[in-house]
Design a protein around this ligand. Sequence first.
Ligand SMILES: *Cc1c(COP(=O)(O)O)cnc(C)c1O
Length: 396
Amino acid sequence: MERIYMDNAATTQMSEAAKKTMIDTMENCYGNASSLHSFGNHAAIILQQSREIMAKYLNAEPREIYFTSCGSESDNQAILTGIKLGAKKNKKHIISTKIEHHAILHMLERLKKEGYEVTFLDVGKNGIVKPNDVASAIKENTALVTIMYANNEIGTIQPIKEIGQICKDKKILFHTDAVQAGGHIDIDVAENNIDMLSLSAHKFNGPKGVGILYCKKNIIPERLIEGGGHERGRRAGTENIPGIASMAAAFEDSCLNIQKHGEYTSKLRDKLIAGLSKIPNCIVNGDLTNRLPGNVNMCFEGVEGESLLLMLDMRGIAASSGSACTSGSLDPSHVLLALGLPHEIAHGSLRLSLSHYNTEEEIDYIIKTVPEIVGYLRNMSPVWEKIQKGEMKSRL
Ligand SMILES: *Cc1c(COP(=O)(O)O)cnc(C)c1O
């Protein structure tokens, strides 16, 4: 049986461009970019070219790009940069949302324990934060606003331009975790007044273990790793040249095809949502318009997300319930709870994240298979039986 991969929000397969560049670089460019010989020079040139490509497609300058090991590192570094700069002016307040990735949330929770004040903004039922709420949360001592560009579970795209403008007017640093957005929707850091931005290569068909932190030129990022003078002295460690070159190739390829892939993928997404919405007692999570082209997230009442995933896997469909980091735990997703869903409903969630590699036949197969599995699981569910008999009220 052919297997269907619909977990692109967790990670993506590498594009041909990314694979080819990675192999070429491993074979032909193994020097250390700091070495003072031709091998080193070659590596330094590849590094600079990669920096230029990343900058070009974000509308940034090459010197504003810092290579990191992943999106999580970039997120951590951005927050620590924000509080370090804030500390100089005695500012210890950070504004974020309840639907951030754990790379943001866990760092903010740690800082809270260390005495920082953190405001986690609510989102609407549609999974989108209101710019007005950001404005009202700003205080005299606010050091940083960190709000994700697009959500990894429900795919909602946040009003980044409005938030960027508010932060600019109030002279507050603005970081956005754009790991889900990069390579999938257009990003312009200048137009959106973004001070810091995180990307991770493996979310846009690049390799795992490499990312960037964009940091506006007037901001000096806080070092997480001490050592050599790599990355303008802000991130020590011999550069991962094959990974970085491959990331740049993947980013360029993705950005050049954003329109084409976006139209194709969102058509498949809409067909999938329409097909699965015919299942009784279900709900689609997250705004239907301001949404990543590849994201489908739904809850089915009376069904456990984990059971659904296992049965889908047996039928060849790789999906997810909530985020990859939380599966394995029994807590329902913090994102779905932030939408105001009851625990019971949030437990029955299914995320199908598509890419341009998916096909219409795959969508048809899923539209046929999911209702069968949901029906099978509901037949065994005491909760569902009670709802059917009218002994329990539906929570939807
Ligand atoms: C995947 C992801 C991250 C973490 O990126 P890694 O490269 O896996 O560390 C951070 N934020 C969001 C929104 C993500 O989807």
